[in-house]
Design a binder for this molecule. Structure first.
Ligand SMILES: O=C[C@H](O)COP(=O)(O)O
Length: 271
């Protein structure tokens, strides 16, 4: 029988499905119900692997109703938030509103927002602080574009993004952050980083955090890998020491694929 945490490090693995701009609230209701049934059928142990869905904002109320009403063991959250708490910011969503809807997570600094919405390191840092202010766990995304990887500068690039995002935070605040390493060239491309590539950068992320806030916080930090994670490659990626979970895009839109990713240990008989 496996222990409470499936990971020898004591960090509970986390599988987060980022739906991006897919599924309206009716489709969201259907997916969440089916995901719950599938995981129940498979007797998934939620203490061993935490499951999170990250739907579009307009789905969150429906997801909340299902999760809270039927006591589903799924956490949920937003894909972005404003750096501001309230006011004249048309189109923005406050972390306070997300918290009020029962969200526990929020994605911050996804590469699609950095690229299409010109989110700078400064803005990302402000959003991390906004999430923490409202008791949300930011899933802070970092990752290099292809040309940076080809130039061999990927670790430096990621470390710079990470330092900018957590600069000035107390250890207690950093302990409430999840970091997701998502190489931009591996997102939605089917081009997955090798498990060793993922391990190299996830270990560098942990070392970087240890600098300002100490080894204990760094040892407890959950670091996810994201970029073309599928049922067939997740177990090997998860076998690496510093990888504590996955931020899943495309495969999170299929209940069967996402459930298989959540239950990655079972495919290798280790659960
Ligand atoms: O947030 C999720 C990532 O961008 C990964 O997306 P993907 O699994 O479709 O490659």
């Amino acid at each position: 029988m496996a222990s409470k945490t499936a990971n020898a490090t004591g960090r509970t693995p986390l599988m987060a499905g980022n739906w991006k701009m897919n599924l309206d609230h009716l489709q969201a209701t259907h997916l969440v119900q089916k995901l719950d049934w599938t995981l129940r059928d498979a007797r998934h142990d939620h203490d061993q692997v935490e499951v999170v869905v990250l739907p579009p904002f307009t789905d969150l109320r429906s997801v909340q109703t299902l999760v809270q009403g039927d006591k589903l063991r799924l956490a949920y959250g937003g894909q972005d938030l404003s750096q501001h708490d309230e006011g004249a910011y048309t189109g923005e969503i406050s972390g306070a509103f997300l918290a009020k809807l029962g969200c526990t997570y929020v994605v911050v600094g996804h590469s699609e927002r950095r690229e299409h919405h010109q989110e700078s390191d400064e803005l990302v840092a402000a959003k991390v602080r906004a999430a923490l202010r409202h008791g949300l766990t930011p899933i802070l995304c970092v990752g290099e574009p292809l040309e940076v990887r080809q130039a061999g500068q990927h670790v430096e690039h990621v470390v710079t993004q990470l330092r900018a995002a957590i600069e000035g935070l107390e250890g207690e605040q950093v302990s409430r952050v999840v970091v997701a390493y998502e190489p931009v060239w591996a997102i939605g491309t089917g081009e997955v980083a090798t498990p060793d590539d993922a391990q190299e950068v996830c270990a560098a992320i942990r070392r970087t955090v240890a600098g300002p806030v100490g080894d204990e916080v760094a040892a407890g930090l959950r670091v996810l890998y994201g970029g073309s994670v599928k049922p067939g490659n997740v177990a090997e990626i998860m076998s690496r020491e510093d990888v504590d979970g996955a931020l899943v895009g495309g495969a999170a839109l299929s209940v069967d694929d996402f459930a298989a990713i959540v239950r990655y240990q079972h495919h290798h008989g280790a659960g």
